[in-house]
Each structure stands twice: as structure tokens, then as C-alpha cells.
Design a protein around this ligand. Structure first.
Ligand code: G16
Length: 539
């Protein structure tokens, strides 16, 4: 065991979901090591503890796993459970943390961000409940990382992570487990695999785009092998360190191959894609795209059709910028609906307290109390279960849903890699104008309220302020604006647009939202501050 002297980096502040930086930043001497030591410091040390370790297999995953194992051993950890090859999807890691009753886990991923030596890398810590560390712990990590002077590491050869079983590293047990098995077993307890298999046998067709990322082996095992979908249903199913050059962000822009197929003449019945680390999902029907907010609402309204949820839902939760579509379902079901800041970590307390069963976000994340992360493949399987039970197409299910609840037209516009100071100045100006906005008319709509979202956790009372600027109109339409906490280059402005309609459900969302979009540009002067008038990504 060696203690290495080091110097603190001033930028090791975790964002929405852990620390994400350019891969080369993580590869510089001491950078990864400093942050890992800060994690151990923030959780009261590693001595005698058991952790789960794995990542999405992106470039540098293999090296980082070996470093973390040597540091865990040098810091006195008792055992580390590692996915084979150092690979685990984020929901599978969350499941292992819970199943094995460990003290938490370290997950290596920059999620939907591209991978490679010149792209992105990330690291985060999940607690013993399987969920992302709450803000109090991530702030402690930052404090530790800011004053660090040394870290502990074992001098040793690489551990063989390709052979399942147990070995010892400086007295610490290293247990290499099958990355897929426990997760697939969990899915079998939640969904009616027989009914879904029968649907495939009867000719139902599907395309699952794993985007050369971590879900490939999970989807192939579950969808093709266990559910009997035709070979080739899963495409881009081999995980690659650079995701084969793909941008593993399952949205209409980046999953364009799937979108083109689903909108084409020979489209399969159902399409889905997932992201770098397997926690996000996009769902598409033949000829119809399902927005994440609508997907959450449909899943909430139909979850009881799957065997894991026949008891009904305790409550639902969504992030604030997610559309209110799910709130209408909750009202109908007579259950609680919670509105949290962006970041899956904010759902943890509600799930642990049994107050929410289903959670979701506009950023293509949906999940339930089966783990403490959003779970891409889970959402796809719940959709498949609902399709098998209702014996209707995605389009029929969506239309019936809108007929019953009305439609929350919704879109998110992203303006990427803006100069950080310009983005900050724009948000600050809008924030300063908030008190004067109520009563003002913009684009023919009157502003009813405007604020900066602040959240008080109903379980532990913790307060998270400044979580996004909201402008609410008298007709129920809404604009939300915030800066992303997951980017690695400049600032990304996220503009969330929503408008409720009680009829006329077949409009193009961009057209239905046109006055709201114009109002947002007028109120925030996006063009004046940033020089940008057109978004880079529209979801
Ligand atoms: C993370 C968080 C999500 C959040 C998303 C986008 O997802 O876990 O809760 O909605 O980032 O956050 P932001 O708008 O700050 O970029 P992931 O899939 O990247 O881990």
C-alpha cells in the first residue's frame, strides 16, 4: 500500500449525475485517484465495506476499474463486486447494490455523452439503497476533493476481470459476476414474459437500437433469447469503447436510424433505443413517436397490467420540467404526484419512503421502485407488457390516452456549447425580471406566475433552490429554462415548452407550441445573449 502525495483540482464538483469531464481530463495524473479518495472520504471511509463496481464500457473504463480496485483495497474495503470485464449497466449496478446489501457502488459513465479518448467520461457514487448520492454527499465529495493532499493505492498487477469468481487483492475480495444474470432475473419477476413471448410468436415485430452501448447484451438476452423476438431485433448490440462513433443519446436526433425505420413503410410494430449506460429509453410506435412525458403518463395509467404492479401505484413523481401529463393520471387514480428538481437522486427518498412507485423525466428516463435508478430496458419491457395485455398498437394506446386525459403538447429545445458566461448572464437577467412578469402579455398570452423552482423534500425536509426558471401562463401553458448539469463543454441551455389541449390531438408539437416558443425567445432574449436562434437538438 502506498500513500501518494497529490494536489487538489479545483473543478471536481459533481453535477446533475456525478462528475463528468472530457476523458483526457480524467486520464491526467491523479485526477481519477483524487476523486475516488474524495468519494471514500465523503462516505466516512471504505474500511470493512462492500461495494459494487462497474461502468458502461466506454474508453478508459477498463483502466479506471483497475485503479479503483487498487484504491478500494488500499483503503481497507472488504469486498468489491465487479461486473464481468468491469461492465455493468447503471440499473443493473443499482440492482446489485440492493440485492447484495452492499454499502454502495461506484459507477463509471458519462451516460448519453459520446465516448472515446477525445469524448466524455464520468464517475458517480450510489448509496446502499442503490440510488445516486444525495446533494449532501456530493457536496461533501467536492469539499474533500478541494482539500485533498494524498490518496492510498495498492501496487499490484491488474485483476483478471474476465473470469467469473472470486480472487484476493491485498486482502480485499474481488468478486466478478455475470453482468446480465441478476438483472434479467429481476425483470422476470416484474413482467409477464409468457404473454410477451406469445405476442412475438404471433408475429409482433420490434427493433431495439442499443447504440453500440452497454444495453446490447442485456437486450439480446432478454428480448431475443428469453422473449423469443426474432434474431436481429436488437441492432448495434455489441458495446464498443467509442460506441462505434454513435452518440448514445436515445432521442429523435441521435437515434435517427431507428426513427427513419419507424416512420418508414416497413416499420416494425414497436421501436426502442437506450443510452450509453442503459438508464434512458426512447419509445416509438409504427409511425408515431412517444414523448418521454407521455410515455411516463401511459405507463402510470397502465402499469397495473404488469404482474409487478397489480397492487397499483403508491404515487408518481416527475422532474419539474417534465410535462404535467402524469399528474392528470395521478389525479384520476387518486394517488399523490410529486414534482422534484432535475436529477434522479431527488426521487430516492420518495421511493424509499414508499410514496412513489413510478418516476420519470422528460430527459428519457423512467423507472420504478424495483431499483433506485431510471431503467431503460425496464421501461421497454413495461411497454411490451402493456402492448401484449391491451392487444392494441402504440398509436391506438396513445390516442385513447389523449382522449381520456387531454394532450400536453411538449418539446425541449437544447442550445449546446454556449459560452458559459453568456448563458449565465441570460439566466440571471431572466431571474431578475421574474417579479415583474406576472400580468404581462406576451405573444397574446398573459403570464400568471413566474419563479425560480425551489424544492423541499417531503421526506427529509432538505431544500434545493434555484432549480429552474418557470414562466406559467393563464391558459396553463408553461416555459421552463435551466442550464444542463451534465455537459462537459461550455453551457447547454435547456428550454422546456408545454401547452395543454383538450382537443385536436394530431398537431405537430412544434406547430402547436409555436407561440410558446416565440414567447420564450422574446422573454429571455436568447438570440441577443447567445447569438443562437435555432436549437441544436429538439426532443
Ligand atoms: C442525468 C440525470 C437525470 C437528468 C439528466 C439531464 O441523466 O440522472 O435525472 O434529467 O441527467 O440532466 P441535465 O438537464 O442537467 O443535463 P443521465 O442519463 O445523464 O445520467
Amino acid at each position: 500500500m502506498t500513500t501518494i502525495q497529490t494536489v487538489a483540482f479545483d473543478d471536481q464538483k459533481p453535477g446533475t449525475s456525478g462528475l463528468r469531464k472530457k476523458t483526457r481530463v480524467f486520464m491526467q495524473p491523479h485526477y481519477l485517484e483524487n476523486f475516488v479518495q474524495a468519494i471514500f472520504g465523503a462516505i466516512g471511509g471504505a474500511k470493512g465495506k462492500t461495494f459494487v463496481l462497474g461502468g458502461d464500457g466506454r474508453f478508459f473504463n477498463d483502466r479506471a476499474v483497475q485503479v479503483i480496485l487498487r484504491m478500494a483495497a488500499a483503503n481497507g474495503a472488504a469486498r468489491v463486486i465487479v461486473g464481468r470485464g468491469g461492465v455493468l449497466s447503471t440499473p443493473a449496478a443499482s440492482n446489485l447494490i440492493r440485492q447484495r446489501k452492499t454499502d454502495g457502488g461506484i459507477i463509471l459513465s458519462a451516460s448519453h455523452n459520446p465516448g472515446g479518448e477525445d469524448e466524455d467520461f464520468g464517475i458517480k457514487f450510489n448509496m446502499a439503497n442503490g440510488g445516486p448520492a444525495p446533494e449532501a454527499i456530493t457536496e461533501a465529495m467536492y469539499r474533500e476533493a478541494s482539500v485533498i493532499v494524498s490518496y492510498n493505492i495498492l501496487e499490484a498487477q491488474d485483476v483478471d476481470l474476465m473470469t467469473l469468481g472470486e480472487s484476493s487483492l491485498g486482502g480485499m475480495a474481488v468478486e466478478v459476476v455475470d453482468s446480465v444474470a441478476d438483472y434479467a432475473a429481476l425483470m422476470e419477476t416484474l413482467f409477464d414474459f409468457d404473454a410477451i413471448r406469445a405476442m412475438f410468436t404471433a408475429g409482433f415485430t420490434m427493433r431495439f437500437d442499443a447504440m453500440c452501448a452497454v444495453t446490447g447484451p442485456y437486450a439480446t438476452e432478454i428480448i431475443e433469447k428469453r422473449l423469443g423476438a426474432a434474431p436481429g431485433t436488437v441492432v448495434h448490440g455489441t458495446p464498443l469503447p467509442d460506441f462505434g462513433g454513435m452518440h448514445p443519446d436515445p432521442n429523435p436526433t441521435w437515434a435517427h436510424e431507428l426513427m427513419a425505420e419507424m416512420m418508414g413503410p416497413d416499420a416494425p410494430d414497436f421501436g426502442a433505443a437506450s443510452d450509453g449506460d442503459g438508464d434512458r429509453n426512447m419509445v416509438v410506435g409504427r409511425g408515431i413517436y412517444v414523448s418521454p412525458s407521455d410515455s411516463l403518463a401511459v405507463l402510470a395509467a397502465n402499469a397495473h397490467l404488469a404482474k409487478g404492479y397489480t397492487r397499483g401505484l403508491a404515487g408518481v413523481a416527475r422532474s419539474m420540467p417534465t410535462s404535467a401529463a402524469v399528474d392528470r393520471v395521478a389525479e384520476d387514480l387518486g394517488i399523490e404526484a410529486f414534482e422534484t428538481p432535475t436529477g434522479w437522486k431527488f426521487f430516492g427518498n420518495l421511493l424509499d419512503a414508499g410514496r412513489a412507485t413510478l418516476c420519470g423525466e422528460e430527459s428519457f428516463g423512467t423507472g420504478s421502485d424495483h431499483v433506485r435508478e431510471k431503467d431503460g430496458l425496464w421501461a421497454v419491457l413495461l411497454w411490451l407488457n402493456i402492448l401484449a395485455a391491451r392487444k392494441q398498437s402504440v398509436e391506438e394506446i396513445l390516442n385513447a390516452h389523449w382522449q381520456k386525459y387531454g394532450r400536453n403538447y411538449y418539446s425541449r429545445h437544447d442550445f449546446e456549447a454556449i459560452e458559459s458566461d453568456k448563458a449565465a448572464a441570460m439566466v440571471d437577467a431572466l431571474r431578475a425580471a421574474l417579479p415583474d412578469l406576472p400580468g404581462r402579455e406576451v405573444q397574446g398570452m398573459v403570464i400568471a406566475a413566474a419563479d425560480d423552482f425551489s424544492y423541499t423534500d417531503p421526506v427529509d425536509g432538505s431544500v434545493s433552490a434555484r432549480q429552474g426558471v418557470r414562466v406559467l401562463f393563464e391558459d396553463g401553458s408553461r416555459i421552463v429554462m435551466r442550464l444542463s448539469g451534465t455537459g462537459t463543454q461550455g453551457a447547454t441551455l435547456r428550454l422546456y415548452l408545454e401547452r395543454y389541449a383538450e382537443s385536436g390531438f394530431d398537431r405537430d408539437p412544434q406547430e402547436a407550441l409555436a407561440p410558446i416558443i416565440r414567447a420564450a425567445h422574446e422573454l429571455a432574449d436568447i438570440g441577443g445573449h447567445t447569438g443562437r436562434t435555432e436549437p441544436d437538438v429538439i426532443t
